[in-house]
Design a protein around this ligand. Structure first.
Ligand SMILES: Nc1ncnc2c1ncn2[C@@H]1O[C@H](COP(=O)(O)OP(=O)(O)OP(=O)(O)O)[C@@H](O)[C@H]1O
Ligand SMILES: [Zn+2]
Length: 678
């Protein structure tokens, strides 16, 4: 494919970071947000402080000195009373000037301004008249209205109550879901979602397609949960745990649901990451809680999704804080599963995308002793999955689901579901009342090639792009064993100015060295065409070159396809290299790998150039057709290149190529890139 001219990537820089200045001192990058428990602790401190302030300032009334009633009367007499408030027999008030008062039995006098005193019931002075005479404002509280006790309780304990309330609320929230009754212990309650057999529309095996072998493996479990006696009679033990592993979107979660639906037993579903909380010990107690609940309602199924989130091998080098919690949680799961005697009727299903990184303890007998690999569906599997997902969709008469299935190699269940949905959306947008073939093909094109970008190429760019893509396509047609060319387009999409889409007619489970060389030659075709036609090259081939180096490196370093390295694996799989380059590859070996990679790529490039030079007329013809039509589909493309589709080497040589074959099912990162237009 051809990339836009601005393709060389500028490293993105933070505008506030001065060039050349040392990077931020924190090797972990930006500060992580405070963990929940820390925020919670802070809140506690603040609330306690508020509590203290309120109770010490609002509640405790301003200090008043008790004085004798006679002393008070003398002050009234000498007109030194500013104001009084009476509540029953209690009189509180303030003197205008401080008065010197000596309590009985003491020798030292105190200076008093705020006072309180009790008026004896037998006092028959005319206090009120005296006060009026000296213009003292008199307030009164009704003695029963003052209710100081409950007021004090409210003011004094209000904040405390608030605090307790908040605590309860928090823990309930943390224990939302099944453990909702939480109270203060709610943090440790499991958050698993419970699906009762009666509730809602059931997922059944009819909703799962294309993975029959896997279905069979799990049917046994359903059977056991339904008729445990049948198995126990024969002394057979049902596995405690079943681990579903496979690439994302292959239907692992769906399958687990179906098991629950078919078995008609309670089904607890939780994602492993939900066990982990910042508070140490919570994960383990959630696990305990979950297993307890499951045992109570047995027979039942516990489904743990994304098991790798806690099931990673223990004792790794990354002993960062969170690890302890993860290990404790994992240990608790192991303990619970060990505790099964087999009569509980609880089966643990788990799913993971990365079975290879799981702790080996999980895979020991008595735990996840049955492992089921869920692979991407083959042709008939894809056909069946399409059938499942078009059940509720009005598909027009002539739509050929078989053809659709065969043009979607490598797609998994989730992709196919998405495809059907995109097609239905397109049909709706176009005002159709049924989903037509063009809706499906356009949806597929959008998914595989990317969304069309509304930019206009200038005529020169457009012509160059046409030659570039024609180079890819023509070499794809000429190279024996290459995947047939399905579509060529010079309508800019996503990141690419143009795209050539090739896909195999049947599913591939391994790759021969010859096929891989063909891929490299095809990927170099764009750049080679530019060199043949214009005598120079552009930046547009960057992603082509990425892909080329990727394939060549794996051929040399992982698949033993070079003489100098020989049949040994010296490189880790892509994506699993250690970031510091400490892969245990000796520097000399690295040099050797580089040299071999270069040798492969250079010889492929030479072959690409010579093929294009000797088929120059076909290249020109294809490019001119493409320039005029902008998009060519399979038959048009082969016709424009003057190649008979049926006898094209790419179409007939498949399966007959001698060569080293690669272990089946090995993912080839980067290989799908040419197809996706990225
Ligand atoms: N074999 C299948 N048959 C029918 N539908 C499928 C199949 N596989 C996937 N799907 C559809 O794709 C959706 C997503 O699949 P699901 O979540 O089960 O994949 P997964 O393997 O669990 O992926 P992940 O590893 O990402 O969790 C499902 O809800 C279902 O609609
Ligand atoms: Zn290209």
């Amino acid at each position: 494919m051809l990339m836009p001219a601005d393709a060389p990537k500028q490293p993105t820089r933070h505008p506030w970071r001065v060039e050349g200045a040392p990077p931020s001192t924190d090797p972990e990058g930006p500060k992580k947000p405070r963990p929940a428990w820390m925020r919670f602790g802070w809140m506690l401190v603040v609330l306690l402080a508020i509590n203290w302030i309120i109770s010490s300032f609002l509640l405790s009334p301003p200090e008043r000195t008790p004085v004798s009633y006679t002393f008070f009367l003398t002050q009234v007499q000498s007109a030194n009373v500013k104001e009084i408030t009476s509540t029953g027999d209690t009189i509180e008030g303030e003197f205008t000037k401080k008065a010197s008062y000596t309590p009985s039995g003491e020798t030292k006098a105190e200076e008093v301004d705020r006072f309180t005193t009790q008026r004896p019931s037998f006092a028959d002075d005319d206090l009120f008249a005296k006060l009026q005479a000296t213009n003292v404002p008199v307030n009164a509280n009704s003695p029963d209205k003052s209710a100081p006790v409950w007021q004090q309780i409210l003011v004094g304990f209000g904040p405390t109550l608030l605090l307790v309330g908040l605590l309860v609320w928090f823990s309930r929230r943390a224990a939302a879901g099944l453990g909702g009754g939480g109270g203060l212990g709610g943090f440790g309650r499991s958050r698993a979602k419970l699906y009762q057999p009666e509730s809602g529309p059931r997922t059944t095996f009819a909703d799962v397609a294309g993975i029959e072998e896997v279905e069979q493996e799990v049917t046994e479990i359903v059977d056991f949960l339904r008729e445990p006696e049948k198995y126990r009679k024969l002394g057979a033990q049902i596995p405690h745990g079943v681990l579903l592993s496979g690439p994302p979107g292959t239907g692992k979660t769906l399958l687990a649901r179906a098991v629950a639906g078919e078995a008609q037993v309670p089904f607890f579903s939780i994602s492993a990451s939900e066990f982990i909380e910042m508070i140490v010990g919570v994960g383990a107690s959630r696990v305990r809680d979950l297993f307890d609940q499951a045992k109570k309602v047995a027979p039942s199924i516990i489904f743990i999704d994304e098991l790798d989130a806690i099931g990673r091998a223990r004792g790794g080098s990354q002993s960062l804080g969170g690890n302890d919690e993860r290990e404790q949680t994992l240990n608790q799961i192991l303990t619970e599963m060990d505790g099964f005697t087999g009569s509980e009727g609880v089966v643990v299903l788990a799913a993971t995308n990365r079975a290879e990184i799981l702790d080996s303890a999980l895979l020991r007998p008595g735990r996840f002793d049955r492992r089921v690999t869920v692979s991407p569906p083959d042709l008939s599997g894809r056909r069946a999955i399409l059938a499942v997902h078009t059940r509720g969709v009005p598909v027009a008469e002539g739509v050929d689901l078989d053809a659709l299935a065969s043009s979607t190699p490598g797609m998994v269940g989730a992709d196919l579901k998405n495809l059907v949905n995109e097609a239905a959306l397109l049909a709706a947008r176009r005002g159709h009342d049924q989903v037509l073939t063009p809706d499906f093909t356009d949806a597929l094109e959008k998914i595989m090639l990317g969304t069309v970008r509304g930019i206009m190429l200038n005529p020169d760019e457009k012509e160059r792009t046409a030659f570039h893509e024609s180079g890819h396509a023509l070499l794809g047609m000429l190279t024996p064993g290459a995947d047939p060319v399905r579509k060529i387009s010079i309508i800019p999409r996503g990141q690419a100015l143009g795209v050539t889409f090739q896909s195999p007619s049947t599913d591939r489970y391994g790759y021969s060295a010859k096929y891989l060389r063909g891929r490299i030659i095809g990927a170099l075709g764009g750049r080679a065409a530019e060199e043949v036609v214009y005598g120079d090259m552009t930046t547009g081939a960057e992603s082509d070159l990425d892909q080329v180096s990727n394939i060549a490196r794996q051929m040399v370093g992982r698949w033993g396809m070079s003489d100098a390295i020989g049949p040994v694996t010296v490189l880790p799989p892509p994506g699993q290299e250690s970031p510091l380059g400490l892969d245990g590859v000796a520097p000399a070996t690295k040099e050797l790998i580089d040299a071999e990679v270069r040798k492969i790529v250079e010889s492929c490039y030479a072959e690409a150039l010579s093929l294009l030079r000797s088929h120059r007329a076909q290249l020109d013809g294809l490019a001119q057709r493409l320039l005029a039509a902008e998009t060519l589909d399979e038959s048009d493309a082969y016709a424009a290149a003057g190649i008979d589709r049926a006898s094209a080497p790419g179409a007939v040589a498949r399966g007959e190529i001698p060569g080293v074959s690669v272990a089946p099912g090995l993912p080839l990162p980067g290989l799908s890139d040419a197809a996706s237009g990225r």
